[in-house]
Design a protein around this ligand. Sequence first.
Ligand SMILES: NC(=O)CC[C@H](N)C(=O)O
Length: 354
Amino acid sequence: MVVCIHDRSSIYRVPLALEEQRLAHFFADRLQLQLPDIPARQLMWKWRQLADRHDQMTKEVTIALVGKYTRLQDSYASVIKALQHSALNIHYKLHLTVIEAESLEHQTKATDPVKYYEAWQSLCKAEGVLCPGGFGDRGVEGKILAIEWARINRKPFLGVCLGMQCAVIEFARNVLRWDGANSTEMNAECAHRVVIDMPEHHGGDMGGTMRVGRRTTIFSDKYPSELRQLYGDVASVDERHRHRYEVNPEYVEAFNEAGLRFVGQDTDGQRMEVMELADHPYFVGVQYHPEYLSRPLKPSPPYLGLLLAACGKLQSYLNRGCRLTPREPGSDFESSDEEFSLIKENVYHKVAEN
Ligand SMILES: NC(=O)CC[C@H](N)C(=O)O
């Protein structure tokens, strides 16, 4: 059998092209798979809608990704895909600006002012800011500056893993005025150890020093949470992890009282998994990596929240019980009613797959 796939308008057209050539049927026959419905018609229908939507997007939303492995864009492949899935589901084309965190730091102003001002200009132009995961101290101060800017200027922000840890450090230094607050990953001797090693980090000589894999986060009833609403107002979510450090539980109450609220914990209530800043359009940090479970038809809720907030649509989406607006004259979302329920159904409420 010869399968021909000519260039398509997007990658989302490839499964449709394969299906036109009945590839699934071919394999089902050859391998004698007793599959009842190939391919699942509902799924193909949803997929076609997605591909059509991709070709019809006219509006753009700009998100700044403030990272440190920016020369190797593949390092952030899953983060970028998760942003694209969310943008696609709300009918916006993603315009991604990748900013090298170190370029935002004060010393770059002296050594390479062009780079410094260009980086700041890119950040200021963005409608939302994403700080992804990472390891080691290079670029951390630049990330903290970007987060401070997003907090003060009320720009939607999502911090993932190290990104959340940096948001905690920023808040400790600039709001709580704890000079020298840091993570022990960056400075083990710092004055306020707001992010500390977890016991797993010292697992002996056998390796396996990270807390990894799918784990449950329980939402607390103590504070309202936009992220919880985005997940469908569930009591808990399962997401994947990959870290060695955690928010120091000793300081949690001080953060909560000052408005940086830890709204999700692990099953023992000890590890901080989700933080949200009260009185901000969207300022969310997650210790886990929600991008790993984002899918084109099931955008990850923390990413979807960032994109909706960046487009100024988050509040109306939440007020509608996590639905996009129905078609009305002047509506920003050009969707049919069928599509709204589809999007709602698709958004990841509770993770059902690995
Ligand atoms: N994946 C990450 O972002 C890890 C964050 C941090 N370096 C830690 O180990 O906890």
